[in-house]
Design a protein around this ligand. Structure first.
Ligand SMILES: [Zn+2]
Length: 245
């Protein structure tokens, strides 16, 4: 088992949420030689969800919630993609060609899945099983961040929820987030949750009818520690305001 594939915070947390952060890390194993990319590219959102690990850590503390953080860059293998998805191991990401992912052999592809994807998701499953054994139900909370601007388009949403057909938590949460009236909240904008492409929420939550929320924080809001704390508190405040279960 690759011990770098994930980090688990508060594994015995007794809150009702279970957090995971698929794009927490920008780690690329040394043997992949930065996938042929310069450092400037690895600082960008194409390598990781900037600020998301910090918000996840804060939320884990506030909610007394277990949190599993993925240990590798989405450029090595995107742990929120179905294995059949074309961008599981992206050859191009937001306009940047990734030389180290070009013409990947089947063995190399499989090795990345076994070293990183599988242990991370097994860690999430282990926490769910442990909570079940302790009689705790869980609400999955998938934490991401989005760039302020993509392909020349500025994004007006400081925070956004991505969902599929089950809107039971999404509707009250949107209302709670919008209530102060000082931020623009995206509803399936810029991203809709797509069970055919996304992996984590469909596999860990939808498959077992576990309630879930998937959130995107805008990266300019959470780039620093102060913003991470501010947004984690705000999000936790909104969670506390909605009636669940
Ligand atoms: Zn993400």
């Amino acid at each position: 088992m690759n011990s770098e594939a994930f980090r688990t915070l508060r594994p015995k947390g007794e809150g009702r949420f279970l957090l995971f952060c698929d794009h927490a890390s920008r780690r690329i194993p040394a043997e992949l030689e930065n996938l042929g990319l310069p450092a400037s590219e690895l600082d960008r959102h194409i390598a990781s969800d900037i600020g998301a690990a910090g918000v996840t850590t804060e939320l884990s503390d506030i909610l007394d919630a277990p949190a599993i953080l993925c240990g590798t860059s989405r450029l090595v293998v995107d742990c929120n993609r179905q294995l059949a998805a074309g961008d599981l191991i992206p050859v191009v990401s937001d306009g940047t060609a990734v030389p180290g992912n070009r013409n990947l052999s089947e063995a190399a592809r499989q090795s990345r899945i076994e070293q990183w994807f599988e242990p991370y998701h097994a860690a999430v499953e282990a926490v769910i099983a442990d909570r079940q054994a302790r009689g705790l139900t869980s609400i999955a909370l998938s934490i991401h961040s989005m760039t302020a601007c993509l392909a020349g388009n500025a994004r007006p949403w400081q925070i956004a929820l991505s969902s599929d057909d089950d809107r039971s938590l999404v509707e009250p949460m949107l209302e709670a987030l919008r209530r102060p009236g000082d931020v623009t909240v995206g509803d399936n904008q810029p991203y809709r949750l797509d069970p055919a492409v996304d992996y984590s929420i469909p596999f860990h939550a939808m498959r077992r009818n576990m309630p879930y929320l998937q959130v995107e924080f805008r990266q300019d809001e959470i780039a620093g520690a102060a913003g991470q704390v501010r947004w984690a508190r705000r999000f936790a405040g909104a969670l506390a305001a909605i009636r669940i279960g």
